[in-house]
Ligand binder design. Structure first.
Ligand SMILES: Cc1cc2nc3c(=O)[nH]c(=O)nc-3n(C[C@H](O)[C@H](O)[C@H](O)COP(=O)(O)OP(=O)(O)OC[C@H]3O[C@@H](n4cnc5c(N)ncnc54)[C@H](O)[C@@H]3O)c2cc1C
Ligand SMILES: *[C@@H]1O[C@H](CO)[C@@H](O)[C@H](O)[C@H]1NC(C)=O
Ligand SMILES: *[C@@H]1O[C@H](CO)[C@@H](O)[C@H](O)[C@H]1NC(C)=O
Ligand SMILES: *[C@@H]1O[C@H](CO)[C@@H](O)[C@H](O)[C@H]1NC(C)=O
Ligand SMILES: *[C@@H]1O[C@H](CO)[C@@H](O)[C@H](O)[C@H]1NC(C)=O
Length: 601
C-alpha cells in the first residue's frame, strides 16, 4: 500500500497535470463510470436466473459473456470485490496487499519459505471485477502441447491440445511483434495480447545471451515453446487488459453483474441438485435461484472453500466442522503451483534497470501520460526462457527463467511484495539500495509437491488453511538448482558482461556455513528465498468417474451433484508449463461452449 501511495504522491507532486491528463484519458476510454464501462446492479433484479456465476476473474468473466450471447437466458454474475482501480490500469504499479487483494498466506512451511516473514509465503488473490487478472504480471503464456494431451489421456475427453487450441485462439486478440507464429494466435477474441511498447536494454541482452548459449528466440505460444522470448502480455495500448475489461464491457440486458456480493454457499436440495446460491452484501443475506446451473469461478482457493461450505468435500474434514455432507469428494487436495527462487541479484555498472530514482521522473510520467509508453507501460518480468534441464523426463520444459528488470533493492518496498523477512532483506539487499540491479526468478515447471486447502472454520469470513507443502518433493529443489546455474551462465554472457554484470554475493542468512555458489549453498538458499508464481491450481480436479480423486467430470460438472459446474484454475488436473491465465481463459471459453451445447439441444 505504501509503495503505491508513495508512487502516486510522487507522480502527482512531479507532474500533477499529466497524471490528470492520463486519468482523464483512461476514464474516457473506459467511459465515465467507476466500472470502466461495465454495467453493474446494486442487487439482482430477479429472484431467479437461468445461470448464476460466482466470481468475475478469467474463469467467470468469459462464461458470463458467452452465456449471455443467448438472449433467451438470464445470467447473474456475483463478485465479492468491487470495480477495479485506476492504478491497476498502469502495468508497472502493483496492487498487492491492498483492498483489491484477498491477502491470503500459506501456512508456515517446513522445507521452504524459511527466509520469508513467519515462514509464510504470500498467496495474493485478486478481489475485484477481473479477479487476479487485475493484479498479476500480465504474462500471456499457454501450456505445452503435452500438458493437454496428458489431460486427455487421463480420460478427459475433449481436452487434447488439438481440441483446445481453437479455444485459446477464440479468446485472443493478438497484435504481436516478431517472432510470432501467426497461425497459433487469434485475432478476433476479447482478450488483447500485445508486447510491452517499451523495454530496457536488459530484454535485448537476455535474448542475445540466449542465442550465445545456443538457444532459439521463439514465440513460446507457437510451434516451439523451448527458447528465449520477449514477454507477450494481456495488454492494450500500454494499459492492463483484465478479464473484466476484456469480457464484461458488453452491456447486455440479460446479464446482471453485482459486485461486493460474497457468495457464502451453494443451495443444494435433497436430490443433490444445486438450485441457487446464498450471498452476503452489506451485512445482509440473500438467496437467489438458478433455474439451470450454478457455476463456481471463485478461483483455486475460494472455489474449494465454497464447495466445502456447501457440503461437498472430504467427509472426515466436513464431519470435524459439523457440515452436513452432500457429497464426499477430494476437494482441496492436489494443490499445485510453480515453486520458485527469488534470491539471484546481479549488479550492473550502468543505469539500465528500473531503479526507482531513474523512473520516478517527470520524463517517465509524461512519456506514459502522453504517449502510453516508457517504464510505466512495462511489467518487471520483461522476458522469459523455457528450458529442458537434464532432469526433464518428457518433451516439456521443466524450467522457466524470468528476467526481472529490477530487484528487491531497487523496487522501493523493501521486499514486502514477497514478504521477505526484515533480517534477510537487511542482510542482502539493504547494502545495495539505490544501485542498479536486475534479477532472474527461477520456476520449476513440473513441480511435483502437492499441497491442500482446508477450512479453518464454517465462518465465511475466515481465511482457509492453505498448506502449499512447497519443495516436499526433492526433484523440485534439484530443478531449481539447475536453474540457478543456467541463470548465472546467462549473466556471464558477453552481452551482460558489457554492462559489468556481477552476481551479488552476500550469503543469505542461515546459509553462512556453505561455500558461496556450491550446489549445497544454493539448496540452502532456495529453501530460504522460496516463492511461488501464485499459479495455484488443481483443488477441484477434473477427471472421469473412474478417478476417485476427481471432483468434476470432463464437462466440468461436479461429480454426484446436479446443476453445478466449476470453471476456473481449480479444475486443472496437472499444472501446465508457464503462467496459468491464458489456460484459464481457454477453460472458460470451452466450458461456456459445453454449457451451451447441453442446454441448446
Ligand atoms: C502476483 C501474481 C502474479 C501473477 N502473474 C501471472 C502472470 O503474469 N501470468 C499469468 O498467466 N498468471 C499470473 N498469475 C496467476 C493468475 O492471475 C491466476 O491463475 C488466474 O487469475 C486464475 O483465474 P481464476 O478465474 O481461476 O481465479 P481469480 O482470478 O482469482 O478470480 C476469482 C474471482 O472470484 C471472486 N470470488 C472469490 N470468492 C468469492 C465468493 N465467495 N463470492 C463471490 N466472488 C468470489 C474473487 O474476488 C475473484 O474476482 C499471477 C498471480 C498472482 C497472484
Ligand atoms: C489503441 O490505440 C489505437 C491507436 O491510437 C486505436 O486506434 C485503438 O482503438 C486503441 N485500442 C483500444 C482497444 O483502445
Ligand atoms: C456490518 O456489520 C459490522 C459489524 O456488525 C459493522 O462494523 C459494519 O459497519 C457493517 N457494514 C455495513 C456495510 O453495514
Ligand atoms: C511522445 O512521442 C512523440 C513522437 O514520438 C515525441 O516527439 C515526444 O517527445 C513524446 N513525448 C514524451 C513526453 O515522451
Ligand atoms: C562496465 O563494465 C564493463 C566490463 O568491465 C566495461 O567494459 C564498461 O566500460 C563499464 N562501463 C561503465 C560505464 O563503467
Amino acid at each position: 500500500m505504501y509503495a503505491i501511495m508513495e508512487t502516486l504522491i510522487s507522480l502527482l507532486l512531479m507532474t500533477h497535470l499529466s497524471v490528470a491528463v492520463h486519468i482523464l484519458k483512461l476514464l474516457n476510454e473506459y467511459s465515465l463510470t467507476t466500472t470502466y464501462g461495465i454495467k453493474t446492479e446494486q442487487l439482482p433484479r430477479f429472484n431467479e436466473y437461468d445461470f448464476i456465476i460466482v466470481g468475475a476473474g478469467p474463469g467467470g468473466s468469459p462464461v458470463a459473456n458467452r452465456l449471455s450471447e443467448n438472449a433467451n437466458w438470464r445470467i447473474l454474475l456475483l463478485e465479492a470485490g468491487g470495480p477495479e482501480g485506476i492504478l491497476q490500469q498502469i502495468p508497472l504499479l502493483s496492487s498487492l496487499n491492498t483492498k483489491y487483494d484477498w491477502q491470503y498466506t500459506y501456512e508456515p512451511q517446513k522445507n521452504a519459505c524459511l527466509g520469508i516473514k513467519d515462514r509464510r509465503c504470500p498467496c495474493p488473490k485478486g478481489k475485484s471485477l477481473g479477479g487476479t487478472s487485475t493484479m498479476n504480471s500480465m504474462l500471456y503464456t499457454r501450456g505445452h502441447k503435452l500438458d493437454f494431451d496428458i489431460w486427455a489421456q487421463q480420460g478427459n475427453y475433449g481436452w487434447s491440445y488439438e481440441e483446445i487450441l481453437p479455444y485459446f485462439k477464440k479468446s485472443q486478440r493478438a497484435n504481436l511483434r516478431e517472432p510470432v507464429d501467426e497461425w497459433y494466435h487469434g485475432r478476433n477474441g476479447y482478450l488483447h495480447v500485445q508486447n510491452a511498447p517499451w523495454s530496457t536494454p536488459l530484454t535485448a541482452a537476455f535474448l542475445n545471451s540466449g542465442k550465445q548459449l545456443g538457444y532459439d528466440v521463439v514465440d513460446y505460444n507457437g510451434r516451439q515453446q523451448i527458447g528465449f522470448s520477449d514477454s507477450q502480455l494481456t495488454m492494450v495500448n500500454g494499459t492492463r487488459c483484465s478479464a473484466s475489461k476484456a469480457y464484461l464491457r458488453i452491456r447486455r440486458l440479460n446479464l446482471d453483474i453485482v459486485t461486493e456480493a460474497t457468495v457464502s454457499r451453494v443451495l443444494i436440495d435433497d436430490n443433490n441438485h444445486a438450485y441457487g446460491v446464498e450471498f452476503i452484501k452489506n451485512n445482509k443475506t440473500y438467496r437467489i435461484n438458478a433455474g439451470k446451473e450454478v457455476i463456481l469461478s471463485a478461483g483455486t482457493i475460494n472455489t474449494p472453500k465454497l464447495l466445502m461450505l456447501s457440503g461437498i468435500g472430504p467427509k472426515d474434514h466436513l464431519d470435524e466442522l459439523g457440515i452436513k455432507v452432500v457429497k464426499n469428494a477430494r476437494v482441496g487436495y492436489n494443490l499445485g503451483d510453480h515453486v520458485g527462487f527469488v534470491g539471484l541479484t546481479f549488479l550492473v555498472n550502468q543505469s539500465i534497470t528500473l531503479l526507482a530514482k531513474n523512473i520516478r521522473t517527470p520524463e517517465s510520467v509524461l512519456q506514459y501520460a502522453i504517449n502510453g509508453t516508457g517504464p510505466y507501460s512495462t511489467v518487471v518480468p520483461a522476458a522469459l526462457a523455457f528450458i529442458r534441464t537434464k532432469l526433464a523426463t518428457d518433451a516439456r520444459p521443466d524450467l522457466e527463467l524470468v528476467l526481472r528488470t529490477r530487484s528487491f533493492n531497487t523496487d522501493g518496498d523493501g521486499g514486502k511484495s514477497r514478504s521477505i523477512s526484515r533480517e534477510v532483506y537487511d542482510a542482502i539487499w539493504k547494502p545495495i539500495e539505490g544501485k542498479d540491479a536486475w534479477g532472474i526468478w527461477i520456476g520449476a515447471q513440473l513441480a511435483r509437491s502437492k499441497g491442500r486447502v482446508t477450512l479453518r472454520s464454517t465462518n465465511i469470513e475466515d481465511h482457509p488453511i492453505i498448506d502449499a507443502n512447497l519443495l516436499d518433493d526433492p526433484n523440485d529443489l534439484e530443478v531449481l538448482v539447475e536453474g540457478v546455474k543456467l541463470a548465472i551462465e546467462i549473466s556471464k554472457s558477453k552481452t551482460f558482461q558489457s554492462y559489468g554484470s556481477r552476481l551479488h554475493d552476500i550469503k543469505i542468512p542461515g546459509c553462512e556455513t556453505f561455500e558461496f555458489n556450491c550446489d549445497d549453498y544454493w539448496r540452502c538458499a532456495i529453501r530460504r528465498l522460496t516463492t511461488t508464481f501464485n499459479h495455484e491450481m488443481g483443488t477441484a480436479k477434473m477427471g472421469p468417474p473412474t478417478d476417485p480423486t476427481a471432483v468434476v467430470d470432463p464437462e466440468l460438472r461436479v461429480h454426484g451433484v446436479g446443476g453445478l459446474r466449476v470453471i476456473d484454475a481449480s479444475i486443472m488436473p496437472g499444472i501446465p508449463v508457464g503462467h496459468l491465465t491464458a489456460t484459464v481463459y481457454m477453460i472458460a471459453e470451452k466450458g461456456a461452449d459445453m454449457i451451451k451445447q447441453s442446454w441448446e439441444k
